[in-house]
Design a protein around this ligand. Structure first.
Ligand code: SF4
Ligand code: SF4
Ligand code: SF4
Length: 186
């Protein structure tokens, strides 16, 4: 695979569905775009984008259209996650993995999926300890709105970053208090 010397990876990223599902073999759409731009990944590794994305990438990069690589998955009708609320134990393990914050709920309370946000990326399914999340057909007309998905993903990352920074500050404050207390008592 040749590097797409004249094409910026942002141009490639702009053609991807932004579900961040990782099925391309990369940590998200932007890392995959970077790999395509660098010539390290082919243009046929994105199942959510399917044939339309392959065609768009081929046109952008001046490549020939090829079939979706079955190793990455198959093109399928849009689906959304559904939580069997009667079985949900409220553990909240599905919240953080959702790239677009499409699951609502609090610890020890049942959780539910915001269907109009869900991209069907499946990332919430493996962490659920009671297997109460499944994929169902998306409502008629549902589609992945890539710019909206990207916006929600960036907001999700910003929130996770902020929470981690707050936690780090709390830990530092506890350590400082312990050190001071040890110094005073010695
Ligand atoms: S939507 Fe496509 S490019 Fe983005 S992470 Fe999923 S497979 Fe990769
Ligand atoms: S609810 Fe599940 S399937 Fe839907 S976007 Fe979030 S992680 Fe993906
Ligand atoms: S991971 Fe499963 S059990 Fe835990 S809150 Fe989410 S849906 Fe409920």
């Amino acid at each position: 695979m040749n590097a797409a010397a004249s094409v910026d990876s942002a141009q490639i990223d702009a053609l991807l569905p932004q579900t961040q599902c990782t099925r391309c073999g990369y940590a998200g759409c932007k890392p995959y775009a970077d790999a395509v731009a660098a010539g390290e990944a082919d243009i046929n590794q994105c199942p959510p984008g399917g044939g339309a994305t392959i065609q768009a990438l081929a046109a952008l990069l001046g490549r020939r259209v090829i079939a979706l690589n079955p190793a990455n998955g198959v093109e399928a009708p849009a689906r959304v996650a559904w939580i069997d609320e009667s079985r949900c134990i409220g553990c909240a393990k599905c919240l953080a993995p959702c790239p677009v914050d499409a699951i609502v709920g609090a610890s020890k309370f049942m959780h539910t999926v915001l269907v109009d946000r869900c991209t069907g990326c499946e990332l919430c399914i493996p962490p659920c300890p009671v297997d109460c999340i499944e994929l169902r057909a998306a409502p008629i007309g549902a589609h992945n709105d890539a710019p909206l998905n990207r916006e929600r993903f960036e907001a999700h990352n910003a929130r996770i970053r902020q929470r981690s920074e707050v936690r780090q500050r709390e830990i530092a404050a506890v350590k400082a208090a312990l050190a001071q207390s040890a110094a005073t008592s010695s």
